[in-house]
Write a protein that binds this ligand. Structure first.
Ligand code: ADP
Ligand code: MG
Length: 245
């Protein structure tokens, strides 16, 4: 731990081939901060958070994670990924491993914990997401909400400094959204630094310190939730909020 912000992004530009998808993005995430990112489909939300843990490269600008400047160097990428946990819309669990093994395996491979210790820690985090009784099952035997909670437990068990969520409830049946959001609210209450791409505006109101709205690869609105939801500056944000609220 140090005094650097968890994430600092400056003048970030990214292209896929000829298509520019991020334009001069500036963003700082302080330690302990909860940031919600929203915006229409295709506006660059996933690309932005995927650049933070080096799942995507970028052509211009600078990203630092806890003061470490992100490059393509394998040692740097590996170091950043240890600090940054990620949860995806599709849970990305290993189908051939049990729930417990899903959580324990990265602890053994990446954190080099002995097997028994990895299992104990995995169990601790499965208990935190309130599904210890599912530990011996395979992902395919669980509901979507349960699978997503396993994915959260697996990421958080690595004790990252920052957690990134990319539409974690978008693939879930409506009745399962709350159980996943509840786990995320609990994580936030425990002080986890989080950046969450979501259209769950109730979650944003309850948890976010700041909300950003992206459109066409740019951050067009950036405000605390009480301002964001009542007096957004841009017409695009107002139109978006009319649709989702
Ligand atoms: P969002 O998450 O806000 O829906 P994305 O970051 O997924 O937006 O996409 C931003 C833009 O980049 C879109 O125009 C999308 O079509 C494009 N894009 C995303 N991923 C790729 C890719 N791997 N190759 C080419 N274009 C991509
Ligand atoms: Mg996306």
């Amino acid at each position: 731990m140090n005094d650097e912000p968890a994430v600092h992004i400056r003048d970030l530009c990214k292209w896929y081939g000829d298509l520019q998808v991020l334009y001069d993005v500036d963003l700082t995430i302080a330690r302990g901060e909860r940031l919600v990112i929203c915006g229409p489909s295709g506006s660059g939300k996933s690309t932005l958070i995927r650049t933070i843990n080096a799942l995507e490269g970028f052509q211009k600008g600078e990203i630092t994670v806890s003061g470490v400047r992100l490059t393509r160097e394998p040692a740097v990428v590996e170091g950043v990924r240890r600090r940054v946990g990620m949860v995806f819309q599709q849970f990305n669990l290993f189908p051939h491993l049990t729930v417990l093994e899903n959580c324990a395996l990265p602890l053994r491979l990446v954190r080099r914990l002995p097997a028994a210790e990895a299992r104990d820690r995995a169990m601790h985090y499965l208990t935190k997401v309130r599904i210890p009784e599912q530990a011996a099952k395979y992902p395919g035997q669980l509901s979507g909400g349960q699978q997503q909670r396993v994915a959260i437990a697996r990421a958080v068990a690595m004790q990252p400094e920052v957690m990134l969520f990319d539409e974690p409830t978008s693939a879930l049946d409506p009745e399962m959204v709350k159980e996943v959001l509840d786990v995320m609210v609990q994580l936030a209450a425990e002080g986890m630094t989080m950046a969450v791409v979501t259209h769950e505006m109730g979650f944003a109101r309850e948890v976010a310190d700041r909300v950003i709205f992206m459109d066409d690869g740019r951050i067009v609105e950036h405000a605390p939730p009480e301002v964001f939801f009542t007096t957004p500056r841009s017409e695009r944000t107002q139109a978006f909020l009319r649709q989702v609220l």
